[in-house]
Design a protein around this ligand. Structure first.
Ligand SMILES: [Zn+2]
Length: 107
């Protein structure tokens, strides 16, 4: 986690995005963007043992639009926290106990 210039907490990984109520937006150079609900995305990474820091997590995504057009996997150019919204894409949610255990570990 880091602090923005105006004194707000800014998440630097998916877990922090979830605890700070951000969604995670993934952006491709073709302008296609996808927003993920962060608790769900964290759970997706956690179960696979993937590094959820934004810089590392970027390597786990590829653009579906470019994928169907170019028939190859195109990595996103940017992954960043954005305010939670109604249209964030939800993967399966972690169960409440697993989530609480994860939160306890970092406090
Ligand atoms: Zn693309």
């Amino acid at each position: 986690m880091r602090w923005s210039q105006d004194g707000l907490m800014v998440p630097t990984n998916i877990f922090e995005a979830a605890t700070l109520h951000f969604a995670v937006q993934v952006e491709c150079s073709c302008k296609h963007t996808v927003r993920f609900e962060a608790h769900c995305l964290w759970w997706h990474f956690y179960r696979r043992g993937w590094d959820d820091r934004f810089a590392q997590a970027r390597q786990r995504f590829w653009c579906r639009v470019c994928g169907s057009k170019l028939r190859r996997k195109v990595r996103p150019i940017r992954i960043q926290p954005v305010p939670e919204g109604q249209h964030d894409f939800e993967l399966p949610w972690p169960d409440v106990r697993t989530w609480k255990q994860a939160v306890r570990r970092v406090r």
